[in-house]
Design a protein around this ligand. Structure first.
Ligand SMILES: Cc1cc2nc3c(=O)[nH]c(=O)nc-3n(C[C@H](O)[C@H](O)[C@H](O)COP(=O)(O)OP(=O)(O)OC[C@H]3O[C@@H](n4cnc5c(N)ncnc54)[C@H](O)[C@@H]3O)c2cc1C
Length: 409
């Protein structure tokens, strides 16, 4: 049985103990009342996605994680809510603001990082580059179907020799008549094995470029990466290109240079800043409820000072991270958000979520290692989330470069 403890945590009573107890006066999951800062439209988006997560995701996600199964059956419902390419204008996309996208990510990751990862890849890493760098024909061909969840995308940047240094790319696209000949491979690609369309980044004589590659193209194959202990409900694959012929119109006309690829990562990393909050909230809600119920040494855990110190520490970290995400969202809406600011949010919020998940796992004791509780699943997922889209070191070096002017990668 998977349990969700939502924003109504303030109403939760922990008064089973003989010691003095009164109703909580603050919400652990929204200590600074940041939900009050949201617009009516933003709240509607949040509530619609939250409902879907409560009704459709939480009942099945433990089984999906255990059996390493991506819950593909949820795609029509997610598409119906407009979560794919939600911030894009036109082409069947919802045209929401940045904070709404953040709230979508937060609510989905409260369910599981796998779902947020899917939406990040589909929206920020695949639909965004087509929208930003594609021809009108490419946009018409792909975006409406991707918004409806009929076409699944993946984003192939990372290669076996090192994801942190994408400029050291060995996949090449050489001119071949009117088109291109693609050779190389990609590793650790979310949706890699189930995608209908891959955005592939390759070195060309003119520098790095982005290409659209359809499943079934001769010379293109994908393999699922199995035996993961993290993001088990997400599909991860390796892509192989063996003399793949691409027509001229497969190139994204505006996606030239590594900056184009990095601009997609900035979109996705912004979503991760919010998504990590959802995982942390799920864990803290679960641990708080457990601390109120679990009696040891004649009193509930929540009545001990040591446990309250731990809960307070988690509330401190979560509240700061929530404030950071909201400020990044408001900056993004003013088109004033820098890559280094996103790095701060990605690094900080993944780190606090991982720390909170680990501490919540421990507060649950032995039960905390069971998939019956959410903490171990989130904790294991967050090991990927902290690594992909730039490791902590890479984000620290990005911030270091921004404040010193020196690139020390
Ligand atoms: C589940 C999952 C899904 C993923 N999905 C995608 C996807 O959809 N598309 C995609 O393109 N990629 C994807 N990735 C790849 C991900 O972005 C990379 O794993 C990540 O960028 C790190 O690259 P790497 O694994 O090659 O590690 P490496 O780059 O080899 O890094 C190893 C270690 O070295 C450290 N390091 C690197 N550079 C320095 C330095 N200059 N100084 C000090 N330390 C340094 C790193 O911080 C890290 O701790 C995914 C990864 C995972 C695990």
């Amino acid at each position: 049985m998977h349990r969700f403890y939502g924003n109504g945590i303030a109403n939760m009573s922990s008064s089973t103990s003989p010691a003095a107890a009164s109703a909580p006066t603050e919400s652990a999951l929204d200590f600074l009342r940041l939900d009050d800062e949201l617009s009516e439209d933003e709240r509607l988006v949040r509530d619609a996605v939250a409902r879907l997560v409560d009704e459709r995701v939480l009942p099945i996600i433990g089984e999906c994680f255990e059996s390493a199964r991506f819950p593909r059956e949820l795609l029509p419902a997610l598409a119906e809510l407009g979560v794919f390419g939600s911030t894009l204008q036109g082409y069947g996309c919802a045209g929401l603001n940045a904070v709404s996208y953040g709230l979508i990510c937060r609510e989905l990751e409260r369910g599981d990082s796998a779902l947020r990862s899917f939406v990040s890849v589909q929206s920020s890493l695949c639909m965004y580059p087509i929208h930003a760098y594609g021809s009108e024909q490419q946009k018409q061909q792909w975006l409406p179907r991707m918004a409806r969840g009929e076409v699944i995308g993946c984003f192939g940047l990372t290669e076996p020799q090192g994801g942190s240094d994408p400029a050291n790319m060995r996949t090449t696209a050489r001119r071949n008549g009117d088109g291109w000949r693609l050779n190389g491979s990609k590793l650790w690609i979310t949706n890699g094995h189930i995608a209908d369309l891959a955005i592939v980044w390759a070195q060309t004589p003119e520098g790095m470029r982005g290409f659209l590659l359809e499943r079934g193209t001769r010379g293109f194959s994908a393999e699922e990466i199995k035996h993961k202990f993290s993001l088990r409900a997400s599909n991860t694959g390796a892509l192989f290109f063996d003399d793949v012929h691409l027509p001229a119109e497969a190139a994204l006309p505006g996606a030239t240079g590594i900056k184009a690829a990095l601009s997609c990562l900035s979109q996705a990393r912004f979503g991760i800043c919010w998504g990590a909050l959802g995982a942390a909230q799920a864990c803290l809600g679960e641990a708080l409820a457990h601390a109120g119920e679990r009696e040891l040494f004649g009193r509930p855990l929540s009545h001990t000072q040591a446990v309250q110190l731990r809960l307070a520490e988690m509330v401190r970290k979560l509240a700061g991270a929530q404030l950071l995400a909201l400020q990044l969202g408001r900056l993004k809406e003013r088109d004033a958000l820098s890559a280094a600011q996103i790095s701060l949010g990605k690094w900080n919020n993944c780190r606090i979520a991982l720390e909170i998940a680990r501490d919540c796992r421990d507060l649950l004791g032995g039960a905390g290692i069971s998939i019956e509780h959410a903490a171990i699943r989130h904790m294991l997922n967050l090991e990927s989330v902290v690594t992909y889209e730039g490791t902590e070191t890479i984000h620290q070096l990005t911030i270091g470069r921004a404040v010193t002017g020196i690139a020390a990668f």
